[in-house]
Design a protein around this ligand. Structure first.
Ligand code: NAD
Length: 257
């Protein structure tokens, strides 16, 4: 087989993919898998050190951009860089997000604004600003969470931001399918990623929370980021050609308890 026919057997051969929040966790695992499947990949993140580590892992060919998902100017600058490198986007994985634990009465206005600005406003404008670059048969994938359908008393703003995303995926699924662009969501249950360490809980409490989630889960463990990446690959590729405005739950059945 020559290089061209090897590329053709890969699920994303010749495609250009932009993954926000690609420097860590689910986004990084997805970037690795998309590269293996023949895509040219761009990632974003907001932490310079983890972006530098990701560049090493993913290789010099990958476009790595420090870009704050909550900042419209930075989103526009990101799209200009992606256009200069790849000309178009075939797969847009809108995955950047944060979670912060806080009891309802302790949530400050600043915390509320930060979560909503990154998780919801950021996703909305990332898709809007990417639109001129999206190929006619592009796939847009948004990372929601099973928290968007359950009560999450210590993560009330996070859960609501993800419910807003679930709604957005349905609206944009309808708005964009006329152009051939498919918008879908992945709704993960608990995944073993650095996100747990960033939730604001002390280390001991965070480890206890992870153990409790694994114990409670019917599958008795957290997901690996690679298990979510494989679902992202399905939604990114033509294998999911009839899926529009849908949300795939990947949660080891914890959500239906
Ligand atoms: P992670 O902390 O490992 O990765 C988050 C990524 O988002 C990082 O690359 C980070 O740099 C980026 N990011 C955060 N804020 C950003 C900003 N303002 N601008 C640009 N990039 C920013 O976490 P993860 O678990 O891989 O999370 C990925 C997505 O999955 C998030 O949307 C999260 O809400 C969702 N999710 C995670 C879990 C879980 O249990 N880990 C469960 C459900 C949903």
């Amino acid at each position: 087989m020559n290089n061209a026919s090897i590329a053709a057997t890969k699920k994303l051969g010749g495609k250009a993919a932009l993954i926000t929040g690609g420097s860590s966790g689910i986004g990084l695992a997805t970037a690795r898998l998309f590269l293996e499947e023949g895509a040219r990949v761009a990632i974003t993140g907001r932490d310079a050190d983890s972006l530098a580590r990701a560049q090493k892992t993913l290789g010099a060919e990958t476009l790595v951009v420090k870009s704050d998902a909550s900042n419209l100017g930075q989103i526009e600058a990101l799209m200009a860089q992606v256009r200069d490198r790849y000309e178009r986007i075939d797969v847009l994985f809108v995955n950047a997000g944060i979670a912060r634990a806080a009891a309802f009465e302790e949530v400050s206005e600043a915390q509320f604004d930060e979560i909503v600005a990154i998780n919801f406003k950021g996703a909305f404008f990332t898709i809007q600003k990417a639109l001129p670059l999206l190929a006619a048969n592009a796939a847009v994938i948004v990372t929601t969470s099973i928290a968007n359908r359950k009560g999450a008393p210590d993560y009330s703003v996070y859960a609501a931001s993800k419910a807003a995303l679930r709604s957005l995926v349905q609206s944009l699924g309808l708005a964009l399918i006329g152009r051939g662009i498919r918008v879908n969501a992945i709704s993960p249950g608990p995944v073993a990623t650095p996100m747990f360490g960033r939730s604001g809980l002390p280390e001991e409490l965070m480890q206890a929370r992870k153990r409790a989630l694994a114990e409670k889960s019917p599958i008795k463990r957290l997901a690996t980021p690679e298990e979510i990446a494989r679902v992202a690959l399905f939604l990114a590729s033509d294998d999911s050609s009839y899926m529009v405005g849908a949300e795939i739950v990947v949660d080891g059945a914890i959500g239906i308890l």
